[in-house]
Design a binder for this molecule. Structure first.
Ligand SMILES: [Mg+2]
Length: 341
């Protein structure tokens, strides 16, 4: 079996402004495992400002893994990559793609017998100005999306409350609205702002404040359910968040957790706790997004997942999975069903 690592750089449609720099492209590496006529694919695409590992570290670790692969047990090589989850996600992704191809079943079915065939996805409303955000939300609903996700916390709470309220009035009561504050508020501001947002029928708010314990405190005093995302970076973190009993939703990023198998452990924990798991991609390449889609399908629920990120890229390594009527249709071909063109 051959193990190859190849870099890519994909321009974004428009630059993404983070707290300390503007990103114009997404850079990552594809891992391929070839065996006979079959090739399994995985993606490592660390996000600057989010991931703890740089692309250099990810690439170096995968190069070491490639040298050890074949002469050492696979589990040992995957364990070696545990500290660099994006690298582990790429190798584990390629291994699972290849295994599903060998078994002649879609990857989602390899992960769970109960995998669904269509994954409902949320539309992300990027506009921050109220009139434009209302237009974007209305267009998304017309296109078939039934779940909208909005970022909050950058403007004042009053502006956020007005914007969410305007969108609710424009789209009606049947559309789910979820929020993401990315930890912007302190605990008291979060409780107060969520209280004011409750009238707009918010399904949940990701990271209303920063840190698992603080988010649980907000959740215990808020009628709007709360979710952990960047505050819970490992399966152990997710277990701790769920054990609080005050966090109702966990965001599961297969890329950031270390691959499809790790993501399924997080999803099982959420299910056992009676919480909702929302699977999301990270503006990774079409290979990484397809991996997230299969994990979302394996989660098997009707919840909308955050895997509609490919439209943010101006170019891609492969033809991405189309989004129709607010859903991604999971490929029925054996394996991942997406490979570089
Ligand atoms: Mg988030």
């Amino acid at each position: 079996m051959s193990f190859d690592v190849g870099p890519y750089e994909l321009p974004l449609v428009s630059p993404m402004v983070t707290s300390y720099r503007s990103i114009e492209s997404r850079r990552g590496v594809l891992v391929s495992l070839a065996e006979g006529r079959l090739t399994g694919w995985g993606d490592a695409c660390p996000m600057v400002g989010w991931s703890r590992s740089s692309l250099n570290e990810v690439t170096n670790q995968l190069t070491v893994a490639a040298a050890r692969f074949g002469s050492e047990p696979l589990d040992d090589v995957l364990d070696m990559l545990a500290a660099v989850p994006e690298a582990r996600a790429a190798l584990a992704g390629a291994v699972y793609d290849l295994s599903a191809q060998r078994a002649g079943i879609p990857l989602a079915r390899l992960l769970a017998d109960t995998a669904v065939e269509r994954v409902r996805v949320n539309a992300s409303i990027g506009a921050t100005e109220t009139d434009r955000a209302v237009d974007e939300a209305s267009q998304a609903v017309t296109a078939g999306f039934t779940t909208l996700k909005l970022k909050v916390g950058a403007a004042s709470p009053a502006v956020d409350v007005a914007r969410v309220g305007a969108i609710r009035r424009a789209v009606g009561d049947d559309v789910e609205i979820r929020l993401d504050a990315n930890g912007a508020w302190d605990v008291d501001t979060a409780i107060e702002t969520l209280h004011r947002l409750a009238d707009s029928g918010v399904a949940f708010c990701e990271e209303p404040t920063a840190g698992i314990d603080a988010i649980a405190t907000v959740g215990s005093q808020s009628s709007v359910p709360v979710a952990v995302d960047e505050s819970a970076r490992t399966v152990d973190d997710i277990a701790r968040a769920l054990s609080s009993g005050a966090i109702n939703v966990v965001v599961v990023k297969p890329q950031a957790l270390g691959g499809p198998d790790v993501a399924m452990r997080a999803i099982d924990l959420a299910r056992t706790a009676g919480a909702t798991a929302v699977v999301t991609s990270m503006i990774d390449s079409a290979i990484g997004v397809a991996h997230a889609v299969h994990v979302a399908a394996a989660a098997g629920s009707e919840v909308a997942h955050g895997v509609a990120t490919s439209m943010l890229l101006a170019d891609d390594v492969a033809r991405g999975l189309p989004i129709e009527d607010g859903h991604v249709v999971v490929p029925t071909r054996p394996g991942l069903g997406v490979s570089p063109t």
